[in-house]
Write a protein that binds this ligand. Structure first.
Ligand code: NAD
Length: 488
């Protein structure tokens, strides 16, 4: 990316209009070079309340359209994402710091999420059955009303698309709260939704931080909340939203374990583990964070070191999100070193020529980590992999199972039997065999276990249909003259 361009100031998007009413403001910083690119309004309950009223007013007309009519807008919107791909990807890169290629992949994933939403008329069919002579029962999926979605910084374009297309196609109206660190992509989404023909008030954006999240959890006009972010905040949001009697699915942080057995294909494994750990600068909830190497896997570690050394910050590795994130990640590496772990590739102290204000951490491989070290237990959220050596498969499984998290886990092996056993025993919601980032593709759903997700439903795929709808059961007696039915 060339010179960093200043962006328009961030505004809320309420009832089809961008507005900003003198709320306190916060700087938006590009992590690529540390420059201020915009400012963001820190909204309060007052702005949220206006947005909820707009969404409530839009709800009757929107929810009474047929699902086939609603998806027409999303066919057009998906085409607009494709048409504007380059611009959208550059915006992601600018505000988040990932590479252009990763940013393109993110927008492509948003398109795929829209494709699933567009397939809803084929999936969401209601049921009817004649339950006794002349009497039928019918089940219909109905929207909930006004719903909300709260997003993290690491996928400014994709994560909002985990919730928005499905919730809207199913007939809800929505308030979106983007991460205050990356609020620009969501504004462009709103413009493209309007261009695609979405009626005003159906989709609204309220910007801000903690205060607006708490207001969303408390507002009586909001029926359901989807949240994606760290476990600490996921717990706060899940507790607060459900205590206010809302539905909530809250996805939290991760500490994903990849188990490598000595029979694994060495080239493919080394390549996958490093790509999983360093992609998006390790700021993916599906990133490899711990590798559990069983028995002698030195030849694979040697290849990983070669792979990692070919990754250069500012070239094929993006920045991390902030100065604090860089400091936190580097502190984890230093602490592990002090505790006796061996740093095979060291990403500390990187700066990119011409972008000295940017927040870059190089790929880092830490070997001989022990399970009690913080790099083995805590989410680092940077391009760092901790290698724990295990004597056998059972010890490796026990290490994976002891994690508080449970987003993803994967195994690399050519043994079908051990792969199958791992699939049974891994304590994670998304499991991979010979794949470093086992993200399920639609219609399969996305969601972890343990402290990586709170709530019953997953956030995408078929499971999200349950989350964003409620079931209406209707019983009709057509043979009004009949006296034999037990239902009178
Ligand atoms: P975060 O938890 O700091 O922020 C997420 C959202 O919560 C933001 O919109 C933010 O404004 C808000 N928030 C922050 N602190 C809050 C508080 N004290 N009270 C109320 N709201 C608050 O997360 P982040 O740093 O933006 O994103 C990174 C985290 O998200 C990582 O832990 C990552 O694993 C996780 N994540 C998880 C998934 C998943 O699918 N499980 C996907 C993406 C990211």
């Amino acid at each position: 990316m060339g010179a960093i361009a200043k962006q328009p100031e961030v505004k809320n998007y309420i009832n089809g209009k961008f507005e900003r009413n003198g709320q306190p403001s916060m700087d938006v910083i590009s992590p690529l070079d540390g420059s201020v690119i915009s400012t963001l309004p820190l909204s309060t309950y007052i702005e949220l309340d206006v947005a909820v009223k707009a969404a409530k007013e839009a709800y009757p007309a929107w929810s009474s359209m047929t699902i086939k009519e609603r998806v027409q807008i999303f066919f057009r919107y998906r085409s607009l994402l494709e048409k504007n791909m380059d611009e959208l990807a550059k915006l992601v890169q600018l505000e988040n710091g990932k590479t252009y290629g990763e940013s393109i992949a993110e927008v492509e994933k948003s398109m795929e999420l829209c494709e699933f939403a567009c397939s809803m008329p084929q999936i969401v069919s209601n049921e009817v059955q004649e339950v006794s002579k002349g009497v039928e029962c019918r089940i219909e999926r109905k929207p909930l009303g006004v719903v909300a979605s709260i997003a993290p910084f690491n996928f400014p374009n994709m994560v909002p698309h985990w919730s928005m297309p499905n919730a809207l196609v199913l007939g809800n109206t929505m308030i979106m709260k983007p991460s205050e660190l990356v609020p620009l992509s969501a504004m462009r989404m709103a413009e493209l939704l309007k261009e695609a023909g979405l009626p005003d008030g159906v989709f609204n954006i309220v910007n801000g931080g903690k205060e607006i999240v708490e207001a969303i959890c408390d507002h009586p006009g909001i029926e359901a909340v989807s949240f994606v972010g760290s476990t600490v905040v996921a717990k706060i949001v899940y507790r607060r939203a459900t205590s206010n009697l809302k539905r909530c699915v809250a996805l939290g942080g991760a500490k994903n374990h990849l188990i490598v057995l000595p029979d694994a294909n060495a080239d493919m494994t080394a390549n996958n583990v490093i790509a999983s750990m360093a992609g998006c600068a390790g700021q993916r909830c599906m990133a490899a964070s711990v590798m559990v190497g069983v028995d002698n896997i030195q030849h694979i570690i040697d290849k990983m070191v070669e792979e990692a050394k070919a990754i250069i910050p500012g070239e094929n590795l993006g920045s991390v999100i902030s100065a604090e994130a860089k400091e936190r990640i580097e502190n984890y590496i230093t602490e592990a070193e002090k505790q006796g772990a061996i740093i095979l590739v060291d990403g500390r102290g990187f700066s990119v020529p011409g972008k000295s204000g940017g927040f870059y951490v190089g790929p880092t491989i830490i070997d001989h980590v022990t399970p009690e070290m913080s790099v083995a237990k805590e989410e680092i959220f940077g391009p760092v992999i901790a290698i724990i050596r295990a004597k056998d498969f059972n010890e490796a499984i026990a290490i994976e199972n002891s994690s508080n998290y449970g987003n993803a886990a994967a195994i690399f092996t050519q043994s079908g039997a051990l792969a199958k056993e791992f699939m049974e025993k891994a304590s994670a919601g998304m499991v991979g065999v010979n794949i470093g980032v086992p993200v399920p593709r639609e219609p399969f759903s996305f969601g972890g276990w343990n402290e990586s997700k709170f709530g019953v439903a997953d956030i995408t795929g078929r499971s999200s249909i349950e989350f964003w709808t409620q079931v209406k059961k209707t019983t009709v007696k057509w043979n009004q003259g009949a006296k034999t039915n037990w239902m009178s």
